[in-house]
Design a protein around this ligand. Structure first.
Ligand code: 2P0
Length: 315
């Protein structure tokens, strides 16, 4: 359908965790992600008659309250650019579970940015869309692009230098991801809330320095096509994030027994000579980074881990 727009979630290899400006969603550090082609959000936006209010329907269910307010405030950014006061109907569908650490807000706001660009006839570039998508959800700025994506933190107070761009990874047969779904439930603490707790914690300054260092190493690894180095950085950065979260008061715990079982199996696979690395975002599900040629082997291994409900391969 011509006015339907698609975006994919992304999984961070070097995580975005904490904002220097909450309103503009400006991060303290840059981050690096892989876009998950296997999952997607589809979104349609239609103008409805003036004077009425915006409507938001997600997965066929009309939403009110905070979800609608967030979508409406995001559409305002586009209305302002277009000089329009048209109310809209936003219809969106995800083909994966929401709020379980699979970044549905990333693909959601990226797809919505594309759909608004179309309905308000703004003809914005991908970079401009990335800057706007960031205002909906930080990680959404990365979901404007495919493949390996760098979000530069930027320095400006207005956020115009805080956007994502694609990075080439020279190695063939390329990178792949396997998501091990161990929970389809809504997480109790949103990433926005957990981030705020972290920023106020004592260890946060060290987190910023560590992340900057990891990002530099990850970019170096990406540039030279060094899969091993990239995988090591990703696994280690994820481990640090979850250790930090679990040490907060009160602790924020996303890792479950099933997540831990997957993390162990990934280590065993490496010991057996299959190079695979794990990473987790703000939820219990585990993402495994691997080489495309190892996808079938890893899929068979991870599917057999106790507590894994299903796996989603993504090249
Ligand atoms: C990331 N996450 O880099 C990190 C790692 C989750 C773990 O970005 O508050 O939904 O809307 O800007 O983008 C998830 O946070 O947060 C996230 P907001 P967002 O992918």
């Amino acid at each position: 359908m011509i006015n339907e727009f698609t975006a994919h979630p992304n999984i961070a290899l070097v995580k975005y965790w904490g904002k220097r400006d909450d309103r503009l969603r400006l991060p303290f550090t840059g981050s690096l992600s892989l876009t998950l082609r296997a999952l997607r959000t589809r979104t349609r936006v239609r103008a409805i008659s003036q004077g009425t209010r915006d409507r938001f329907v997600l997965g066929g269910v009309p939403r009110k309250g905070e979800p609608l307010a967030r979508v409406s405030a995001f559409v305002d950014l586009f209305r302002e650019l277009a000089g329009s006061n048209n109310a809209v109907l936003v219809e969106s569908w995800n083909d994966f579970p929401e709020s379980s650490g699979l970044a549905s807000s990333a693909s959601g706001f990226a797809a919505l940015a594309r759909a608004c660009n179309h309905v308000f006839d703004l003809r914005l570039s991908d970079r401009e869309l990335s800057i706007l998508a960031r205002r909906g959800s930080g990680s959404a700025c990365r979901s404007i692009f495919d493949g390996l994506v760098l979000w530069s933190a930027g320095e400006r107070a207005d956020g115009l230098d805080s956007f994502a761009q694609r990075i080439e990874f020279p190695e063939s047969p390329g990178l792949a991801l396997l998501i091990a779904i161990v929970s389809e439930e809504r997480k109790e603490i949103s990433s926005t809330q957990a981030m705020e707790l972290s920023v106020r914690s004592r260890g946060y300054e060290r987190w910023i320095r560590t992340t900057e260092d990891y990002l530099e190493r990850a970019l170096e690894a990406a540039k030279s096509g060094d899969f091993t180095a990239l995988g090591e950085v990703a696994e280690s950065h994820s481990k640090l994030l979850h250790e930090m979260l679990e040490s907060l008061d009160p602790p924020v715990i996303y890792r479950t027994n099933a997540s831990r079982a997957v993390l162990s199996r990934v280590k065993e696979l490496r010991a057996a000579g299959v190079e695979a690395y794990s990473t987790m975002d703000a939820g219990a599900n585990v993402c495994v980074l691997l080489r495309g040629r190892d996808l079938e082997t890893v899929e068979a291994e991870i599917s057999g881990v106790e507590g894994v409900l299903r796996v989603i391969p993504s090249r």
